[in-house]
Write a protein that binds this ligand. Structure first.
Ligand code: AMP
Ligand code: ZN
Length: 494
């Protein structure tokens, strides 16, 4: 079976085909950098990252472009409030976003910034005017005339047949049920940041940014366009209207939307006190790997209810996978191969692949790897694992981790960076005792610990149990638990 994906345009799960051989050109709407990213944002970005990784594992070459919206209504308002330029205001949050994305294992897409493509956006508006799809208003703004684009509504399946020609809206996000001519280009209001261009001073509308930059980077028609479900209307509908009226061609072949995340069963909102940035969670002492794991544990089209219990569970799951990997890597197994383990590893790879082929069923892929871990642990307990079983079992784990990216124990240095950031921001009081402890126990790298374990093994081989015990105690002080089993020495951080 090959990849099947839900396409919001057809409202069906379809076979995924790329337009050009094994190349996939995909565009994801990125963050508006006016604040720190919250876990809802990262739910969507992680879903897109997972898609990208799985396409690659399926043999595609992926070109993944993402915009950074570095000018919009909120940014202009906040920059003015703080008395800084738009660029000064956004630089900090763009940097924070990139750090956060890397912290939860998101591979960096090719980034495009709205403010670096202003001339191309103004030129796009000029062409839309020439083609009769756009018009200028008295204040110097430009609007898209949706009555000229009869297919308007085809993505969101909204029926706008009774709409009023020429009714306008100048904000980027608006009422979900009304169709209005939307702003392509906004003339500056007094005191607002603006750019001088051949169509006059102003700034691009949010929708225009994505049309211009995606087609510039990926061509007039490309494979897939992604974002959270809130972007279906008006944002993506408007992108389609602008792009397809410009080119007369299909803009994106597949439309991929991640379902909104809830927190403890409710829509996340500052007023409900259930609004969390990624950094808030790390400040509470949660590991980036647990957060990533939790965000991937529910398939992207299902509602993910983020809970702190779920986050603890996710930490346990990651730990179990990591422990299993160290157990079989470090184990001293007898020569030979066992047919059961060989077929278990092969079947696991097959089950994971077919789960992900099925519209990225991440929950089933995770279930497959856990079933393997359960059976292989039982086999190890029973002395039924052989030396030649180790590579295929490890290969199945690696294949899993190429997508889920949680096996490497790099949480401690990442948490330390958040800890240091909190201190520089004067947020010491937000640092939980759990984070402090994690930072302290993480002062020692895996390599340092492995070195100690090797010394411990050498001491035991020489029957020098006193030294071995001393090293074990030293490691315990560093928050490292050492377990001596019949198939080797295992360790993990507390
Ligand atoms: P923004 O920075 O608001 O433009 O959002 C960046 C991305 O996060 C978009 O793709 C949104 O659709 C997505 N997003 C925002 N809130 C949530 C949420 N609660 N759950 C899932 N995705 C979200
Ligand atoms: Zn967009």
């Amino acid at each position: 079976m090959a990849l099947r994906l839900f396409n919001t345009m057809s409202s069906r799960i379809e076979d995924f085909h790329s337009l050009r051989d094994r190349d996939v050109r995909m565009y994801a709407c990125g963050p508006t950098v006016y604040d720190y990213g919250h876990i809802g944002n990262f739910r969507t970005f992680v879903a897109v990252d997972l898609l990208r990784r799985f396409l690659r594992q399926s043999g595609y070459h992926v070109r993944h472009v993402m915009n950074i919206t570095d000018v919009d209504d909120k940014i202009i308002r906040n920059a003015a409030r703080d008395g800084v330029t738009v660029q000064q205001y956004t630089a900090k949050y763009e940097q924070a976003f990139l750090e956060d994305a890397a912290m939860i294992g998101i591979e960096q897409p090719t980034l495009v910034r709205a403010t670096e493509h202003i001339p191309a956006m103004a030129a796009f508006v000029t062409k839309l005017v020439e083609k009769g799809f756009a018009y200028r208003t008295d204040d110097g703004s430009y609007y898209f005339r949706i009555a000229k684009f009869p297919a308007y509504g085809k993505l969101s399946k909204k029926d706008f047949s009774g709409m009023q020609d020429g009714a306008r809206v100048d904000v980027d996000e608006y009422d979900k049920d009304s169709a209005r001519d939307f702003a392509l280009w906004k003339a500056p209001k007094p005191g607002e940041a603006s750019w001088d261009t051949p169509i006059g001073p102003g700034r691009p509308g949010w929708h225009l940014e994505c049309s211009v930059m995606s087609m510039q980077e990926l061509g007039e028609s490309f494979d897939l366009h992604a974002g959270g479900e809130d972007l279906i209307f008006p944002h993506h509908e408007n992108e389609i209207a602008q792009s397809e009226s410009m080119t007369g061609k299909t803009f994106a072949n597949f439309w991929f939307h991640a379902r909104f995340l809830l927190v403890e069963g409710e829509k996340m909102s500052k007023s409900l006190g259930n609004f969390f940035t990624l950094r808030d969670l790390v400040l509470k002492g949660h590991k980036p790997s647990s957060i990533r794991y939790l965000l991937t544990s529910v398939p992207y089209r299902n509602q993910l209810n983020f809970t702190f219990d779920g986050l603890k569970q996710a930490a346990v799951s990651v730990e179990r996978l990591r422990n299993f990997r160290s157990r079989i890597s470090a184990g001293n197994f007898p020569d030979g191969a066992s047919p059961e383990m060989q077929s278990l590893a092969a079947q696991t790879v097959e089950r994971m692949t077919s789960a992900l082929d099925d519209d990225l069923n991440t929950a089933q892929a995770q279930a497959a790897i856990f079933e393997m871990v359960r059976q292989a642990n039982a086999a190890a307990d029973a002395g039924a694992i052989r030396k030649d079983d180790v590579p295929p079992l490890l290969a199945a784990l690696t294949r899993f981790d190429e997508i889920f990216a949680v096996l490497d124990d790099d949480d401690a240095p990442k948490m330390k960076r958040v800890f240091e950031w909190a201190l520089t921001e004067g947020r010491d009081q937000d640092v939980s005792p759990e984070l402090r402890e994690a930072v302290q126990s993480g002062q020692h790298s895996d390599a340092d610990i492995e070195k100690k374990i090797a010394e411990m093994k050498a001491a035991r081989a020489a029957r020098d149990f006193k030294t071995s015990d001393a090293i074990r105690a030293e490691l315990a002080d560093l928050g490292v638990l050492v377990e001596i089993t019949k198939d080797g020495i295992r360790w993990r951080r507390k």
